[in-house]
Design a protein around this ligand. Structure first.
Ligand code: IPM
Ligand code: MN
Length: 360
């Protein structure tokens, strides 16, 4: 198979973790006889430094011509980086929002899994972590507060900032369908998360999700308020299979879910549109404080590459080979600093990548 992959190394630890994911992908291509082409492009701070904007039209065009995009991470230290002295629409994150919108990547899948080998890193009480958990957060990615009209005005000498939260029933329906579709291939449960006791957008969300549900009789649907969900994630994470939610709630809940797994350095993500195209990136940020030190954990990016093989290319066996290689390396006791525990062997970013490459 020919795989035409656009790579966005990005900022901070991005280039280091992407290098490791490429290593692993090249090994998979070699072993299974695929032809992989990588085209590197700039986004975020790296693009600001080169072109003055966080995302150029040329970069969007390259991404569109490819089968999938594999991304590292973008952004810098918001307190010290000069990128954050620019107008909001010229900052690194604006590039990420623009590429999501331009490619219509409305469905963001963020799996949060507690690996048995890493149960010790889970900050929850042992009686909770012992049950293990494996959930998938399905976050709407191109609507809501992130893309509503916003402005700051001065009225009678008083500054007032306005952000708008808008959802159409069509935007809700298409993400709900994705949520139910994936739940039926998993454990058959959808928890739709909203704030329907306060927000109109949430009341519409709940109504549309209820309309979609009868098409999936094998899937159980429950509704949960977002504040309760935040609590349930630490009280009993094993209860969740698919969490279906809007953009902002999904942003917050997915960070919380990743924390209870013990390391955000392990969590992959896929952002999909209605075709097979997708953008794959780790759920974590660019960690500028540890950039260039060869200590970042490349596993989330490597697992994102596995998601790419599965969702865009239908290469389930190859994806499983990567997942198994990651588990084998963890089983042998190798850890990057973020997931290190007593009795294990600490390795750097590139060594972790090489170990996984060898385990393929
Ligand atoms: C994420 C990030 C982004 C978001 C930022 C960098 C704009 O936090 O992918 O979760 O809020 O969506
Ligand atoms: Mn986030």
């Amino acid at each position: 198979m020919n795989l035409n992959i656009c790579c966005i190394p990005g900022d901070g630890i991005g280039p280091e973790i992407i290098a490791e994911a490429k290593k692993v992908l090249k090994k998979v291509a070699e072993k299974y006889g695929h032809n992989m082409e990588f085209t590197d492009v700039l986004m975020g701070g790296a693009s600001i430094d080169a072109y003055g904007v966080p995302l150029t039209d040329e970069t969007i065009a390259v991404a569109k011509e490819s089968d999938a995009v594999l991304m590292g991470s973008i952004g810098g230290d918001t307190n010290t980086s000069p990128w954050y002295e620019l107008e909001p629409h010229l900052r690194p994150e604006a590039g990420l929002l623009k590429i999501r919108k331009s490619l219509n990547l409305f469905a963001n899948l963020r799996p949060a899994v507690l690996y048995p080998q890493l149960a010790g890193a889970c900050p929850l009480k042992e009686e909770i972590s012992a049950k293990g958990f494996n959930m998938l957060i399905m976050r709407e990615l191109t609507g809501g507060l992130y893309f509503g009209e916003r402005k700051t005005v001065e009225e009678n000498g008083m500054l007032t900032a306005i952000d708008t939260l808008t959802y159409t029933e069509e935007e809700i329906r298409r993400i709900a369908v994705k949520g139910f579709e994936i739940a039926r291939k998993r454990r058959g449960k959808v928890t739709s998360v909203d704030k329907a006791n306060v927000l109109d957008s949430s009341r519409l969300w709940r109504k549309v999700v209820n309309q979609v549900a009868p098409n999936y009789p094998e899937v159980t649907l429950e509704h949960m308020l977002v504040d309760n969900c935040a609590m349930q994630l630490v009280r009993d994470p094993a209860q969740f299979d698919v969490i279906l939610t809007e953009n902002m709630f999904g942003d917050i809940l997915s960070d919380e879910a990743s924390m209870v797994t013990g390391s955000i350095g392990m969590l992959a993500s896929a952002s999909l549109n209605d075709s097979r195209f997708g953008l794959y990136e780790p759920s974590h940020g660019s960690a500028p404080d540890i950039a260039g030190k060869d200590i970042a954990n490349p596993i989330a990016t490597i697992l994102s590459a596995a998601m790419m093989l599965k969702f865009t290319f239908d290469l389930d066996e190859e994806a499983a080979a990567i997942e198994k290689a990651v588990e084998a390396v963890l089983e042998k006791g190798y850890r990057t600093g973020d997931i290190m525990s007593e009795g294990c062997i600490q390795v750097g970013c590139s060594q972790m990548g090489s170990l996984i490459e060898e385990a393929i």
